[in-house]
Design a protein around this ligand. Sequence first.
Ligand SMILES: NC(=O)c1ccc[n+]([C@@H]2O[C@H](COP(=O)([O-])OP(=O)(O)OC[C@H]3O[C@@H](n4cnc5c(N)ncnc54)[C@H](OP(=O)(O)O)[C@@H]3O)[C@@H](O)[C@H]2O)c1
Length: 350
Amino acid sequence: MQKRIEVGILGATGMVGQHFVKFLQGHPWFDLKWVGASDRSTKRRYAEATSWRLGGVMPEAVAGLTVEECKPGNVPRLLFSAMDASVATDIERAFANAGHAVVSNSRNHRMELDVPLLVPEVNPDHLKLMLVQRSGRGWKGGIATNPNCSTVVLTMALAPLKPFGITRVLVTTMQAISGAGYPGVASMDINANIIPFISNEEEKMESESQKILGDFAGDHIRYHPMKVSAQCNRVPVVDGHTETISVELSSKPSIDDVLAAFNGFRSVPQERQLPSAPTRPVIYMTDKDRPQPRRDVEREHGMAVFVGRLRPCPVFDFKFLALGHNTVRGAAGAAVLNAELMHSEGLLGS
Ligand SMILES: NC(=O)c1ccc[n+]([C@@H]2O[C@H](COP(=O)([O-])OP(=O)(O)OC[C@H]3O[C@@H](n4cnc5c(N)ncnc54)[C@H](OP(=O)(O)O)[C@@H]3O)[C@@H](O)[C@H]2O)c1
């Protein structure tokens, strides 16, 4: 059996860090050996430094690791980053400069011109930016990012439609409370209620989706010219972001063409059978009242996006519904799949 690659987590004690710990358990390629966090946690055992907030028990192999300072040194070459955004910029850069591949979940570097903002099924070729980044910055390592959780769902649902020429998109989100981290939104605010505001979320969806659906143009990404208008809401759902989407398509396909595009969509992670890739990245559900977060979000290990209710739109061309797991496909699972793609491209070294 091939030797597994040792990996670490920056910000391992936080909510997203815990999702990484859980997602990496039993991974066939990656072996979690190192955890880092702030000086509040360093030099303590992971089990003592961390209030485990996820279902199931803290994995034993990680519980006994000592939490380390987030400084380059004796640290695995591949690092997943789940650090607080207020500190991620400098720390991630320091590791990239020191030769580490930093696969980050934080927003800090996503929109930088030479940093890939990846959804492996949608824009695997954007990984070529890593080489641009290395030569431009003189780094031995590099930084790759995954999008905001609601943007992952939107771009995976739109990717099958890209060949039809996407011109305009309206998206309204119903986002789970787990997306706000811990303790997140106060229970008095979210119970039996909807909060029609998530700070910076609409801006992120509108700009990140143009970058992700854009084309690699030699040394930069040519942004997709589609216009996206997003309205984001927090709803009393634990896991799973649901989005209603209306789309205008320049080639005016039939509804059967669109359905066939959803059903036939496969990409590089499926061709290469990457360990965390869902067999079908976009799953069209035919029941008229699906997908639903409570019933569907855990299917396919949380790594697929579920689509349904495709119908004509009287304003644009078509409207439909999409659902994805915000903490799996929108966070830890997304970053691990990014690292698997990087490994399959030979970008993690030997
Ligand atoms: N929550 C989500 O669902 C979600 C979704 C998508 C993206 N994100 C992004 O993911 C990141 C983490 O979010 P979160 O909700 O997991 O936050 P969190 O629970 O507050 O965790 C933050 C982590 O950063 C560590 N940290 C803080 N200051 C540090 C420093 N100076 N040096 C090293 N580590 C430091 C913390 O360590 P200590 O425990 O020692 O303080 C902790 O491990 C953020 O950038 C966030 O925007 C979150």
